[in-house]
Design a protein around this ligand. Structure first.
Ligand SMILES: Nc1nc2c(c(=O)[nH]1)N[C@H]1C(S)=C(S)[C@@H](COP(=O)(O)OP(=O)(O)OC[C@H]3O[C@@H](n4cnc5c(=O)[nH]c(N)nc54)[C@H](O)[C@@H]3O)O[C@H]1N2
Ligand SMILES: Nc1nc2c(c(=O)[nH]1)N[C@H]1C(S)=C(S)[C@@H](COP(=O)(O)OP(=O)(O)OC[C@H]3O[C@@H](n4cnc5c(=O)[nH]c(N)nc54)[C@H](O)[C@@H]3O)O[C@H]1N2
Ligand SMILES: [Mo]
Length: 807
């Protein structure tokens, strides 16, 4: 197979750009255009023509404002936010190393410069440049052909998060185009939060967030399950800033439960509890066992607000001994008492530590229990998400200041009107699959059903995916579990017949397209950035065009307008507006809704606009706590459902076959020994559990190709000292991390910062196979399994067993 790196090089040669600095010089000279804005501030830099506000739109959710300084049509410097203060609630929203490295990204030699069409077999790496006219004509005729042959449900707009922070630049233009043409097979869930979003509603009726992070000033203990804001929310005005500030000013005692000694643990934890991946459910059962045995738990809260903890509060029709207490006491079907010794054996945490943790968490009131999204991005992660919520429930911390409901913290955001994906009340096609199991819809769409694959809106699909649009996304190859399986399904172009990729960097996913279009970055077009949010502070940012589109790149709006014209739906798509007129429309709509929202001129000048939640900080589920009769939850019982009858029924009717053979649903958030989990590791030829933590140097695969980011944060595998010495591996050695699915080659980081028996390959490195098929880029999805989770059919991107050997 030809690696993307090889063809990328040849691609650069065709495009006549030799390297980064050459590209930069060529750009400045080639364009030589005046900037689009007059300077509002030059920050002391001589000769700068303009300073334009825009933002980092990648999907870390921090949403940092940036000030781009432009000279002779070239971005010469990127500066962070200079508004706000050092006060909690008004923090300066300073960008991290990624946001500030936009110049390397804008002028990267990996920028796609012209529309490209494949000439060889799909994935073979042979390409030719084509004109935009040919590109538009081909896309329109393929859309027409597929629609006429198979119907609209054969069209697919792929999951992608590359420009999440934008509005018009987000990803709305393509959905609007295809919806104007009759729609496409819909999707639910995300690669990020599928399991927590699917699981928590069975406990609370809906996904209900926890207290705002700032509410930690009212707590006496915060407990983070795999919550790592210092690496995943790296903005000064976001969670990183808030967590550090609260620790510094209020000294809030903090426990971090994570297989890795994360940066959050390093910086703010008073105690780190290393745990085997996927075993939080067992730790929680062991802790609740101790609480109940010592009568420390909040029985009154359980009696009044919950169903299913005790046999006395079970819903009608539930079998005997199916309550959580029976599960703890070993009276349920498994007959096992959930003692701390039982939990210790599964989690790797000593029984006495579990006892002490249980007493600490239950007696320190209030206690703020939250989870990041790592714990739920596991096989059966739905149960993990619900179990963490259960811990908050049993300790009575729900709905009170300083407490929390075990979900992730709540944030307020400014309700900026979104560029509409469709006109009217609903998208034209209502059939949906999980965003993660598109690959099965390519392999054999009509075999997918509601009770086996979670198809919604229909009992089964009538047709498979025949045409895909991949925009702002590297999930075609890089970010989707099991790269080799994906390639195999894509190789056969009688299955999915046309794949269109639109990006501004030539990624590993581009290699598997039939056509690739060169997109502008958000710095080359006009938008309004709805903004970020942290605690009770939301903010919006001016999305100013700093430079003219480079090379032959075009905006999403322009591309979709041209295709709409060829499909005869231009008026439906544009409503007669230009992109700038849509922006004015968004301002008008937003100002009708949020009267103090600035005008276009005002936001352009101020750059960032902050708004505080008129209701102050959020206390999750407060109304329910204060008056459960008047404010019942939307669960069938109106209460917190520790035992869910709905899940019990689904456990009997859903089918687990094929890729999900052996999985199950459970009515209680109980521990499940999953595929490639801690138990299987004991006897497997691949004995190490492999995580894929989100990494500082990049946002997924975005920024992963930039030399400065790579230099600061090279790809590596974290491995514990004991596991390394058992294998003769020293820090800095080149190693292979492998299993039956593939091999990646990277550098060993030998460290006590990860639990024995666990390794972690930070996700997002670019898949780069050498001639032997070894992925020398170190993309963790080369070794991850494609195995949708039982309830959400979501991405278990932190579950895999591997072995590591020195090279
Ligand atoms: N720098 C950076 N920031 C990012 C991203 C990025 O790629 N880079 N990605 C962004 C996106 S889209 C998302 S969805 C979020 C992701 O945010 P998260 O999902 O919270 O991030 P992860 O790194 O996947 O996991 C968080 C922590 O959970 C731990 N963990 C994994 N499995 C388990 C487990 O079974 N139990 C416990 N207790 N802990 C576990 C990991 O070691 C890690 O330290 O981050 C966003 N922010
Ligand atoms: N094993 C494993 N896999 C994972 C994860 C994990 O934890 N483990 N995490 C998962 C998660 S949470 C997520 S959210 C996904 C993320 O996966 P993706 O959504 O694919 O995110 P990125 O890898 O950042 O790719 C985004 C792409 O968008 C492009 N882009 C940026 N701006 C624009 C624009 O304006 N226009 C166009 N056309 N393109 C643009 C970027 O160049 C980049 O190639 O990965 C998932 N994959
Ligand atoms: Mo994500």
């Amino acid at each position: 197979m030809t690696g993307h790196r090889v063809s990328r090089r040849s691609f650069m040669k065709w495009s006549g750009v030799a390297g980064g600095s050459a590209a930069l010089v060529a750009t400045a000279a080639h364009l030589g255009m005046p900037s689009t804005h007059q300077a509002s501030a030059t920050d002391g830099i001589e000769g700068v023509d303009a300073t334009v506000w825009n933002a980092c739109l990648a999907n870390c959710q921090s949403r940092c404002p940036l000030r781009l300084q432009v000279k002779d049509g070239t971005v010469v410097r990127v500066l962070p936010d200079n508004t706000g203060s050092d006060e909690l609630g008004d923090l300066q929203i300073r960008a991290c190393v990624r946001g500030l490295n936009q110049r390397e990204r804008i002028y990267s030699p990996d920028r796609i410069k012209k529309p490209m069409k494949r000439t060889g077999k799909r994935g073979e790496g042979k390409w030719e440049e084509i004109s935009w006219e040919e590109a538009f004509d081909t896309i329109a005729s393929e859309m027409r052909r597929v629609k006429e042959t198979y119907g609209n449900e054969a069209l697919w707009y792929h999951y992608g998060s590359g420009s999440t922070g934008g509005n018009i630049t987000k990803r709305g233009t393509w959905p609007r185009l295809i919806n104007s043409y009759g729609g496409y097979l819909g999707q639910y869930g995300t690669y990020s939060t599928a399991q927590i979003r699917a699981g928590i509603p069975y406990s609370y009726g809906a996904y209900l967030g926890s207290n705002s992070l700032e509410d930690a000033v009212n707590t006496r203990l915060q407990v983070f399950f795999g919550n790592n804001p210092l690496e995943t929310r790296m903005s000064g005005g976001g969670e990183l800033g808030v967590v550090q500030k609260i620790k510094k000013e209020h000294g809030v005692r903090t426990i971090v439960i994570d297989p890795r000694y994360s940066d959050t643990a390093v910086d703010v934890a008073d105690q780190w509890v290393p745990i085997r991946p996927g075993t939080d459910t067992a730790l929680i059962a062991g802790m609740i066992y101790v609480m109940v045995q010592e009568n420390l738990h909040d029985q009154e809260f359980l009696d009044e607000y919950c169903v299913g903890f005790d046999e006395e509060t079970m819903p009608d029709g539930a079998p005997e001994n199916a309550s959580y207490r029976s599960y703890l006491e070993g009276k349920g079907p498994d007959g096992v008492e959930k003692t701390p010794e039982w939990a210790a054996d599964i989690t790797g945490i000593p029984a006495d530590t579990i006892r002490n943790l249980a007493r600490d968490i239950v007696t320190t009131k209030p206690c703020a229990i939250t989870q990041g999204w790592g714990p739920q991005r596991q096989a059966s992660g739905e149960n993990t998400a619900r179990a963490i919520a259960l811990l908050a429930t049993v300790t009575g911390n729900i709905g009170i200041a300083g407490g929390g409901n075990g979900a992730r913290e709540s944030n307020y955001s400014v309700p900026v009107t979104a560029f509409p994906n469709f006109d009217g009340d609903a998208a034209p096609v209502s059939t949906q699959i999980s965003c993660f199991n598109w690959i099965e819809a390519i392999e054999d769409g009509p075999s997918m059903t509601d009770v086996q694959h979670g198809v919604r809106g229909k009992e089964k699909l009538d047709v498979g995916i025949k045409l895909m649009v991949i925009n702002s996304s590297n999930t075609l190859i890089n970010q989707h579990n099991d790269v080799h399986r994906t390639q195999k399904a894509l190789e056969d172009d009688s299955k999915c017949e046309f794949i269109l990729v639109i990006d501004h960097q030539w990624t590993p996913s581009c290699e598997w397209g039939d056509m690739v279009l060169p997109a502008t970055t958000n710095f080359e077009e006009n938008d309004i950035v709805p903004g970020g949010s942290c605690g009770d502070m939301g903010w919006s940012i001016w999305g100013g065009k700093a430079i003219e589109p480079l090379y032959e790149t075009k905006t999403g709006y322009e591309i979709c307008t041209e295709i709409a014209r060829r499909l005869g739906i231009e008026q439906e798509f544009t409503q007669g507006r230009t992109q700038e007129e849509w922006r004015s429309w968004i301002f008008e709509e937003t100002r009708a809704n949020v009267p103090d929202f600035p005008s276009e001129e005002e936001l352009e000048e101020m750059g960032v606009w902050r708004k505080h939640n008129p209701d102050g900080l959020t206390i999750g589920m407060k109304a329910f706590r204060d008056d459960p009769e008047a404010n019942p939850l939307t669960t069938p019982s109106g209460k917190i459902e520790i035992y869910s009858s709905t899940l019990a029924e689904m456990a009997d009717t859903w089918i687990f076959e094929g890729v999900t053979e052996g999985d199950k649903l459970t009515a209680l958030p109980e521990h499940i020994d999953t595929w490639e989990g801690a138990l299987e590791a004991r006897t497997s030829e691949f004995p190490l559990q492999c995580l894929a933590h989100h990494y500082k140097g990049r946002t997924h695969s975005s920024y992963a190709n930039l030399p400065k980011n790579l230099e600061a944060h090279p790809q590596m595998v974290w491995i514990n000292e004991k596991d390394a010495s058992d294998r003769g591996i020293k820090n800095g050695d080149t190693v292979d991390v492998y299993n039956n699915r593939g091999t990646i080659r990277t550098e060993a980081r030998v460290t006590p910062r990860i639990a024995p028996g666990v390794v972690s390959v930070p996700q997002g490195a670019w898949y780069t196979p050498d001639e032997d098929g070894v992925d020398v880029g170190g993309n963790v999805n080369t070794i991850m399994k494609y195995h949708p989770s039982p309830l959400a059919k979501g991405n278990p991107g932190h579950t895999a067993l591997v072995e590591v050997r020195p090279v």
